[in-house]
Ligand binder design. Structure first.
Ligand SMILES: C[S@@+](CC[C@H](N)C(=O)[O-])C[C@H]1O[C@@H](n2cnc3c(N)ncnc32)[C@H](O)[C@@H]1O
Length: 286
């Protein structure tokens, strides 16, 4: 089953009741929101991952950042490898059948539904992103198994209530859900607000639900990371922040950490890997 929701109107923040629109690809509402004059995170991330779904401005900013912070492409690859390992663990050992992937990014190899449905073909996945370019590529994210369901919601992570209302059309929120927030809380600049978003999401879900996080940090490795983030905030969108271990850990408060706890995402499920300056963790709601 394939579905797509769109909660944006040009120039407005999402609000009110979820609205379903049957938007064909490339319609004016979507293309009007695409900015090709400023680098955007989903497209630069795609560039670092070796993808082609980006513009010249994304390549220029991405390459300047890689010049200052040479391991950035390694961070992006380690983050995706963490996604593969954590979703495999969740769909396998933890028996999770529902995934809410917020800050999905552009489709690449091994998207959440592909990893989950390889193990559990009946897995149900809701993707959420606010980037119009991700919306135009949503079709690739909606090609799941016949037994499972994938849905795409065009919404902002700052509005967790809307995300929950939208997700409830596809996921049974009385049953465990894995909330994936990989590389997205770093775009919620206020730490209290980021904590509140996580809490709203996890409070709405039952015991056995999981929270999966990655987040950039300046605490280990990553020569040039601080300078690169400052450059990003001057030349690209949305603005980003790094966080330390204590702040990252506070997002997981009240959850049981799945082994090995809070580590460089490269080392979660791969203890011998070289560290990258990006935390990764999986927490289970008791
Ligand atoms: C670094 S990419 C990570 C993509 C994917 N989760 C991964 O780990 O490979 C961050 C994604 O978050 C999205 N994003 C940033 N701010 C957002 C917001 N406020 N609401 C929804 N999505 C957002 C961006 O458009 C981008 O696709």
């Amino acid at each position: 089953m394939r579905r797509r929701l769109d909660h944006h109107q040009p120039g407005r923040r999402p609000a009110g009741r979820p609205r379903r629109l049957a938007l064909p690809e490339g319609t004016s509402q979507v293309t009007m929101r695409i900015r090709t004059d400023i680098a955007h995170n989903s497209r630069v991330w795609n560039h670092w991952l070796g993808g082609k779904d980006n513009y010249a401005v994304d390549q220029q900013v991405g390459d300047r950042i890689a010049g200052m912070f040479p391991s950035i492409a390694e961070v992006a690859r380690a983050d995706r490898a963490f996604l593969r390992r954590s979703v495999s663990y969740l769909a396998g050992e933890a028996g999770i059948r529902q995934f809410l992937d917020i800050g999905t990014g552009l489709p690449t190899a091994d998207n959440t539904h592909e990893v989950a449905q390889r193990i559990a073909p009946d897995a149900r996945i809701v993707y959420v992103d606010n980037d119009p370019v991700v919306l135009t590529h949503a079709r690739a994210l909606l090609a799941g198994t016949p037994e499972g369901v994938t849905e795409y919601v065009d919404a902002d992570a700052h509005d967790p209530d809307l995300i929950l209302r939208s997700a409830a059309a596809t996921l049974d929120l009385r049953r465990p859900v894995a909330v994936m927030m990989l590389g997205i809380l770093n775009f919620v600049l206020d730490t209290d607000q980021a904590r509140s978003i996580v809490r709203t999401l996890m409070d709405a879900l039952p015991s056995g639900s999981h929270l999966v996080l990655t987040h950039p940090t300046l605490e280990f490795g990553g020569e040039g990371n601080r300078e690169a983030m400052a450059f990003w905030n001057e030349h690209a969108t949305p603005p980003i922040t790094a966080r330390g271990r204590m702040e990252f850990a506070s997002f997981l408060e009240g959850l049981e950490l799945v082994e090995p706890g809070i580590v460089s995402c490269a080392r979660w499920g791969a203890p011998a890997a070289a560290e990258v300056p990006q935390f990764g963790a999986v927490g289970r709601k008791p």
